[in-house]
Design a protein around this ligand. Structure first.
Ligand code: PMP
Length: 363
């Protein structure tokens, strides 16, 4: 049994956090840094919390080399709330906006935007297994922004870099691959990510927004969804999710210690390679439905195409072997292994060993 009786948790989110970070939260629980209280009990207006949020922002800026003309915001409501906040902040009624749809999450983002009196267009639509060829995209002249999802958590389709959309502001949902690799922030108007996959607990969303886009929200935009108001108030217009922000800060420090995002990418590429190689080397027993060039390094769906009836047994036996949460999303079935930053290499080794043994028993 692993330390503390912990398992390898392949959940799509909330997901594993680094053990070192969890142990730090444990040490801080009763008395954070001599304050005599837990971060859970602390006024968000206190000096101690001010230090936490400022340090978290500074470390995130270092990790991603965020240019000075971008605001870093800690906001609420999950990534799903940003699906509505984005059109409310960056458009007026009647404006044109473009959505690239490569899976369930970008589709949801589009459907939410379509509620706000916009000329909202799906300018490219994938089949949940690939990214449509760039020359097939029908970008709209004069669009206020192009929105896409950098990593589709359910289908496992990941862009391999910022898509080229010319001069139109580019907005990315990076909920499930944020901080998994270096990203050139300057290519984006906005990047946002729910924390609960690569970064921390649920309850906080990190938004990185280029300053010149702020201050143009609709008059009807709710105060709590207005990014300019969040920016003016240092993400503290109201009580922020203090404890999740503190844990995110610990994760940022942990990543910096381990070589920043280049280090994270290197570890993630190795883990994903091992898993995809195991699938490819299974003589077709296991199958990855995603086109090779866009396979996600974070979420790896796979099936047992010749004997789908075995998939249930696979998940049950894996669970018994301390490999948890491998059941595919309810909308697609099969299996899915989410192998975010905090999944150790040994976790993927244990999974691939299990896969090989399961195949030997059942092929
Ligand atoms: N976008 C992506 C890519 C996601 O994976 C998720 C959550 N699984 C969401 C958005 C929605 O996030 P939340 O639950 O924080 O609203």
């Amino acid at each position: 049994m692993a330390a503390h009786g912990r398992v390898f948790n392949f959940s799509a989110g909330p997901a594993m956090l680094p053990l070192e970070v969890l142990e730090q939260t444990q040490r801080d629980t009763l008395n954070f840094n001599g304050s005599g209280m837990s971060v859970m009990e602390m006024s968000h207006r206190s000096k101690a919390f001010e230090g936490i949020i400022k340090q978290a922002e500074a470390d995130l800026r270092t990790l991603l080399s965020i240019p000075d003309n971008y605001k870093v915001l800690f906001v609420q409501g999950g990534a799903s709330t940003q699906f509505a906040a984005i059109p409310l902040n960056f458009t007026q009624e009647g404006d044109t906006v473009d959505y690239i749809v490569t899976g369930a999450w970008s589709k949801k983002a589009y459907e939410e935007a379509a509620k706000f009196g916009l000329n909202a267009n799906v300018v490219a639509k994938g089949d949940n297994k690939s990214v449509p060829a760039r020359d097939s995209w029908k970008l709209s002249p004069g669009a206020k922004y192009v929105h896409y999802c950098d990593n589709e958590t359910i289908g496992g389709v990941e862009f391999q870099g910022a898509p080229d959309v010319g001069d139109v502001p580019l907005i990315a949902d990076m909920s499930s691959n944020f901080l998994s690799k270096p990203v050139d922030v300057s290519k984006y108007a906005m990047i946002y990510a729910g924390a609960q996959k690569n970064v921390g607990p649920s309850g906080v969303v990190i938004a990185i927004v280029r300053e010149d886009l702020l201050g143009k929200a609709r008059p009807s935009c709710p105060t709590m969804l207005n990014y300019a108001i969040a920016a003016e108030n240092g993400s503290m217009y109201n009580t922020p999710p203090c404890w999740p922000i503190y844990v995110c800060g610990l994760v940022f420090q942990h990543l910096l210690k381990l070589g920043g995002l280049a280090g994270a990418r290197e570890r993630n590429v190795k883990k994903a390679q091992l898993l995809y190689d195991t699938i490819a080397g299974s003589n077709g027993f296991y199958f990855s439905p995603v086109e090779e060039s866009v396979r996600s390094k974070m979420n790896v769906p796979f099936t047992i195409p010749s004997k789908p009836e075995l998939e249930k047994a696979f998940v049950a036996e894996a669970t018994a072997a301390q490999l948890l949460e491998l059941k595919g999303h309810r909308s697609v079935g099969g299996m899915r292994a989410s192998i975010y930053n905090a999944m150790p290499h040994e976790g993927v080794e244990a999974l691939t060993k299990f896969m090989t043994e399961f195949q030997a028993k059942n092929a």
